[in-house]
Design a protein around this ligand. Sequence first.
Ligand code: PMP
Length: 378
Amino acid sequence: MKPSAKQASAELKKIRGDGLLRRMIRASPAGAYVTVGRKRLLNLSSNDYLGLVGPHTLGARQSASSSRLLSGNTPEYDRIESSLASHAGHKGALVFPTGYMANIGAICAVAKKGDLIVSDSQNHASIIDACKMSGAKVAIYAHNDVVSLNSKLAMRGHNKFIVTEGVFSMDGDVADIAGVAEVASRHGATTILDDAHGDFVLGRGGRGTSHVPGTKNKIDIHTSSLSKALGSFGGYVAADSQVIDLCINRARTLIYTSALPGFIVEHIAQRLRTPKKARQKRLAQNVRQIHETLDSLGLGIDGTRTHIAPIIVHSEKRALELGALLYKYGVLAQAIRYPTVRRGAARIRISVTAWPTSDELGGGLEMLGRACRRLGVA
Ligand code: PMP
C-alpha cells in the first residue's frame, strides 16, 4: 500500500472509531420524494425550501439544492467519477464544484499540522492557499528543480507531501514528474499533481502530464479542472480509494457546499464521451507552429514546449504596452503581472487552442512579430 493510502486508512479508522464516518448516498433528487437505490423516501434532506426544484420542472437537469453529503449526490456522479478515475489511472475519483476547491479540499484533507508540504515556487494560487489552510509546515522549492526539492525534504515533518503543477499555468513548462517521483520515493513523500493545464491535452489519449512517454505514473494524488481542456465546469481529485474516502470525510469544500447542478454533471459526462483525438492532433500542430514562429522571432523558450507560451518582457509597463498593441492589431493575448507572477517577470501569456487554422494562426503571429519589433521586444 502506498504511504498516502496507508495514512488515509489510519485516519479513516480513527474517524470510524469515533463514530464520525461519512458516506455518500446516491439520491435521485427533486420533489417531495427521492429514490435511493430502489427505495422511495420522503425527502427531508433538501434545501429546496420553496419547492422550485420539482420532478416536473426540469427533471434531473437542475440545481442539486444540497451538499453531496445530504441529498445532492446523484447516480450520474458515480458514472463521471468512475470514468475520471480510469482516465487518470487511479482507483477512485471525486468531483468538486471547481478545480480551486478540489485543491483546497484534497490538500487540506491529507495534510495537517506537524506535516511538511514542499511546494514548487511557481504553483498556482489555489495550491498556495491550500498549503496555508492545511496548517502544515510549507517549504518552497526552486521552480522545477529536483535538487532543491530534495534538500527541502530533509526538513522535519510527520508526513511529507510534494505538490506541483503538471503544465505550469504561467510558464507553460512541464514538471519533471519522473524526477519528482524519484525524490518522493527516497523520502517516503506523497506526490500531489495539479494537472489543470495538462489534463485532456498531454499524455497517451490526453490522460495528462504524468502519462507523457518517459514518465512513469507514480503520482499519488491528482487534482484537475474540468473547465479547461474538457470545456465543461468543475474540478476533481483522483487517487487511491482510501484517499478519496478521506476527502469525503475531510474536504470542507465538498462537505460544506452545494453539489453541482444536474445539467453540469450531465455536461461533464457528455464532454468525457466527446472524441478528442483529432482536436488533440490539431492543437499539437498549432503548438508546433507557434513555437517555430517564436524561435524565428528570437523569442523561443527553453524547456518543454506546450500550448502555453510566455513572452517575458520583465517590465510591467512594457507587458501592458505589448498587450495593448496586440489588441490594436486584432490579437488578444493578455499581459500577466505581479502578483500572478513575481515582480520583474511580467509577460504576455499566449495560450493556443485547436480552434485557429494554420492561416489564422499565421496571421496572428505576423501581428505578434510586428508588435514585438515595434516595441523592441524582438
Ligand atoms: N489549478 C491551476 C493550475 C489553475 O490554473 C486553475 C485555474 N486557473 C485552477 C487550479 C482552478 O481551476 P478552476 O478554474 O476549475 O477552479
